[in-house]
Design a protein around this ligand. Structure first.
Ligand code: TXA
Ligand code: MG
Length: 340
């Protein structure tokens, strides 16, 4: 099949394609999603097939507004109105207990809960509205690859396998949404995946501590979010994490071993060390927001450069740095230069 690139004046055509239960990838503020009609079992099954996604990994249902969610949910956590008011539309996915048969069971991998998100992107919201049904939207990459932050990344992974891609330029945040479990009304909200909304922001808005899935703290715990157990986000080139004071030693080591390395770091680090590397991907500045925006794009670009290693800068694990480091550790298979 030919994968059509829909421009922003072609949203109606993209929506018609989705209504025919074909797949259309769409931009969001986090990463590109692989859209399909969430009410059609046939359409949702195609999503799993095209991505090569394990069927025990549930999908996020993308909605146009909170009203749409009310049709499907059995019971809301008491903090829901406060959370929705503050963070929707935005990079926060909320898990609720749903009514029986709210969606075909493939959507939630047979769980009694479903996750919902209202993306903060005018084109996506217009697309959901024009389609008239909620859309499932896993990241629009082949399973295991870094998530796509441009339409070109989607095209690279899925060309010929999906009907279309809605063009929306590069995504703003660069990593996926925070997944927050609100399915147990008697328990505080629990973060299952760190993302665009930080724990600090949630706690400030709610005036209370939120829980964090123990799996995110200790590797011996099984994740509550099925998707978090798979190795994700990995390029085929080996990735090593480099702490701020370890660049010199890491590059000396690489030179001695005659290894071809690519640098992925702030402009300061790249300027200082690029003469010792074969390739580099420079973040826009030294801020963690810029690093997060460039993380997957950098891994994809350097993966094309025929290298032995990609050396990627670490950032402190607070605020958005928690999401950045969560994705980077998976891409690096937990390997720091020092522990190598
Ligand atoms: O930012 C995002 O969230 C992007 C954009 C496109 O919206 N989407 C995305 O979807 O990252 P995906 O499918 O790649 O990741 C969804 C994550 C997985 O880790 C999945 O296991 C978890 O959410 N999840 C979905 N429904 C769940 C549920 N009912 N219970 C627990 N975890 C769930
Ligand atoms: Mg994904």
């Amino acid at each position: 099949m030919e994968t059509k690139i829909f421009q922003k004046n072609e949203i109606k055509m993209a929506a018609d394609t989705l209504r025919q239960n074909e797949l259309v990838a769409f931009p969001t503020e986090t990463v590109y999603g692989l859209g399909a009609n969430a009410t059609s079992e046939q359409a949702v099954k195609k999503v799993f097939a095209v991505k090569g996604r394990p069927t025990d990994n549930p999908l996020i249902v993308h909605v146009q507004n909170f009203e749409q969610v009310k049709n499907y949910v059995a019971q809301f956590h008491p903090l829901t109105p406060q959370i929705v008011e503050r963070f929707w539309p935005g990079p926060l996915t909320l898990i609720f207990k749903t009514k029986p048969n709210a969606f075909p069971s493939v959507v939630s991998a047979g769980l009694s809960t479903v996750s919902f998100r209202m993306p903060n992107h005018p084109l996506t919201l217009a697309l959901i509205e024009a389609t008239g049904v909620p859309l499932v939207g896993p990241s629009a990459n082949t399973s295991g690859r870094p998530s796509p932050t441009t339409s070109q990344h989607v095209y690279h992974d899925l060309q010929g396998k999906i009907a279309g891609i809605l063009e929306g330029g590069a995504t703003e945040i660069g990593v996926e949404s925070t997944v927050l479990d609100l399915s147990d009304s008697h328990r505080a909200p629990m973060i299952l995946r760190p993302g665009g909304v930080t724990k600090e922001e949630l706690e400030a808005a709610l005036g209370m501590d939120v829980l964090v899935d123990p799996h995110l703290v200790s590797e011996s715990e099984a994740p509550k979010s099925p998707g978090m157990k798979y190795q994700h986000y990995a390029p085929s080139t080996k990735v090593l994490m480099i702490g701020p004071t370890d660049w010199e030693e890491a590059l000396n080591w690489a030179q001695k071993q005659q290894l071809k390395v690519g640098l992925q770091a702030s402009p300061e680090v790249v300027r200082r060390f690029q003469s010792q590397a074969q390739a580099s991907y420079c973040y826009a500045d030294n801020q963690v927001a810029s690093a997060t925006k460039g993380l997957f794009a950098g891994l994809r670009a350097l993966d094309e450069a025929d290298l032995d290693y990609i050396f990627v800068a670490t950032y402190p694990e607070t605020g958005l740095g928690t999401a950045y480091m969560n994705r980077l550790k998976k891409a690096a298979n937990q390997k720091y230069f020092m522990n190598n």
